[in-house]
Design a protein around this ligand. Structure first.
Ligand SMILES: [Fe+2]
Length: 566
């Protein structure tokens, strides 16, 4: 359980189901913890009852009510702060302030706290796992690595904005995840705040927009001149004041020339000035991440085997990920899981308890087990929509070729923010007008937001500068030079694409459609974007998909073995 509120059910290390609350409440990034929604969902999906659950893992942040936590015992490596124990002993509902002061920022050996957790009046033993340990565990235990260094980086875990809450160096070995230390990297905050500064809105929702705007701008000379200071760890800063807020104000003033407390109005969010600031922000972010990852390699070289796990919401920055992975000579293997944001920490907490605390042996986890984690729904017919035919891949490929926009619904929902082929809008990547059409007429979002391609894995290197699989759409890579003119709808202004490679075994239906489209057009690629309208989360149920089809500017809905056509 976590914010972005989510829940999972794990059995002996196997992820049976996982879901973010936003998918169920239809409120994007819904952080209100509603146990009924989430727990009912994971129990219903697996056929278990609350009485069947042996242990409950929580990944630090809990907001709302409905669950009570009690101190259980205080073994070594447990919470020592007397206030926490007092609070837990009294059985108070857990809310932010106590966590901020005590458990979330766990000094040294405090990785987890043993607690009792009461759900619907049923008391279960459990563990509250430190936030970044949960992030790190989600990445390490879903990787194939026996040994790896782990970097967790996000905007914050607490409202007090401390360096310890923003980043953590860890390493994993066999069944165990260990904390190294917090490197004081607070660059996630910068990214989030810059969204507000340029008038885009909250970085919680708009970080992707700032990333999308960056390639339109030019890196400002002062970002280069002050690079050392801008990329410094919290403890290394020399010029700017040390407090986080003061540092951000100094940065903003440096980049924008504005007084520190004056932000751009929202009308300036896509102005040339904002573009340059976005480019500079991305530049600072990339330089910072490179510096810290290189440092992590150096400090763990005797135990990392050149394997790296990246985790935390900051690593949804696919432009940075793509560049670093392409250019680094330090790491041989890099693993990201699709839910590397806070929604993934419920999986991390559960796997940490399973493997690290109880020493249950790891096994080779199938990629799809943490990629498509929703439950199986029975697909209804929608008789009210008269115009429907049986799914025909050739016919569907031809409709895409003719410029139709397809709402594609298939199997279990994806985990994490990216549509990976089960809840997607699909369209022709060759079209020069498709990007504007979907941005303006279908999804109602900013003009500068790019769309991603999904590509047959075996053909990926013919189209993209990609020498490895990229199944989770978390790396932006250059399009091969002589292919650039062929796929304008899935290419950003800088000539890169956030390519997702698709293997037949991971998603046979989407693979079959890619093959059919290739047969029609010679291009083994489809435009793929998340199946949701503006401001909404990814659709979850068949009914959600049908509702979107009826309301939205969509030509075809594919669901089950049917095509519904407008
Ligand atoms: Fe986080």
């Amino acid at each position: 359980m976590e914010h972005d509120a989510s829940a999972t059910l794990v059995r002996d290390g196997e992820i049976l189901v996982a879901i973010s609350q936003e998918r169920l409440t239809r409120i994007k990034k819904d952080h209100r913890f509603k146990p009924d929604h989430l727990i009912n969902y994971v129990l219903d999906a697996t056929g278990y009852s609350i009485y069947d659950i042996d242990y409950v893992a929580v990944s630090t942040f809990m907001q709302g009510f409905g669950i009570r936590m009690f101190a259980h015992e205080t073994p070594v490596n447990c919470v020592h702060d007397p206030r926490t124990l007092e609070i837990l002993d009294r059985g108070h509902f857990l809310t932010f302030p106590w966590i901020n002061d005590t458990v979330s920022v766990m000094p040294e050996e405090k990785y987890y706290a043993a607690v009792d957790i009461e759900i619907w009046g049923v008391r279960k033993p459990g563990f509250m796992v430190s936030h970044h340990i949960a992030h790190g565990s989600a990445a390490f235990y879903t990787s194939k690595f026996e040994n790896a260094a782990i970097f967790s980086l996000d905007a914050s875990t607490v409202s007090t904005h401390t360096p310890e809450a923003s980043s953590l160096f860890m390493y994993g070995s066999g069944n165990k995840v260990y904390k190294l230390y917090s490197p004081g990297c607070m660059v996630g905050y910068m990214f989030e705040n810059r969204c507000m500064d340029v008038g885009m809105g909250s970085g919680t929702y708009k970080a992707g927009s700032l990333m999308g705007l960056a390639p339109y701008g030019e890196v400002l000379p002062q970002a280069v001149e002050f690079e050392d200071e801008l990329t410094a760890s919290f403890w290394e800063r020399k010029i700017a004041p040390r407090s986080y807020e003061e540092h951000l104000k100094w940065q903003w003033n440096l980049l924008s020339g504005m007084p520190p407390h004056v932000r751009f109005p929202k009308e300036m969010a896509d102005s040339k000035k904002s573009m340059d600031i976005a480019a500079s922000t991305q530049y600072i972010y990339e330089k910072t991440v490179t510096k810290f990852l290189d440092r992590l390699h150096k400090e763990t070289r005797h135990l990392n085997e050149n394997n790296l796990c990246l985790t935390g919401g900051s690593f949804l920055n696919c432009a940075s990920n793509g560049k670093y992975i392409k250019n680094t000579e330090l790491w041989e293997n890099v693993h990201l899981m699709p839910a590397c944001g806070d929604d993934g920490t419920c999986i991390g907490a559960a796997l940490y308890v399973t493997h690290c605390i109880f020493d249950v042996p790891r096994f080779k986890m199938k990629r799809t087990s943490f990629m498509f984690t929703g439950k199986d729904y029975e697909i209804p017919n929608f008789p009210e929509w008269r115009n429907s035919v049986d799914l025909d891949y050739t016919e569907l490929a031809r409709m895409i070729k003719d410029g139709k926009v397809i709402a594609w619904y298939n199997g279990k929902s994806e985990y994490g923010p990216r549509a990976l082929g089960n809840r997607s809008f699909l369209a022709d990547p060759r079209s020069s007008v498709m990007r504007d059409h979907i941005n303006f007429n279908v999804k109602n979002r900013e003009w500068f937001r790019p769309f991603a391609p999904m590509v047959i894995a075996e053909k990926a290197s013919e189209w993209f500068e990609l020498d490895h699989e990229s199944p989770f759409m978390l790396e932006a890579v250059p399009v091969v030079e002589d292919k650039k003119d062929l796929i304008p709808a899935v290419q950003h202004v800088d000539g890169t694409s956030r390519a997702q490679t698709v293997k037949q075994k991971d998603n046979p239906k989407i693979y079959k459609l890619l093959k059919a489209f290739e047969k029609e057009t010679g291009v083994p690629i489809l435009l793929n974007t998340s199946l949701n309208l503006a401001g909404e989360p990814l659709v979850e149920t068949p009914q959600d998909a049908f509702n979107l089809f009826v309301r939205g500017n969509v030509d075809v809905l594919v669901i089950g073995e049917k095509m519904y056509i407008k």
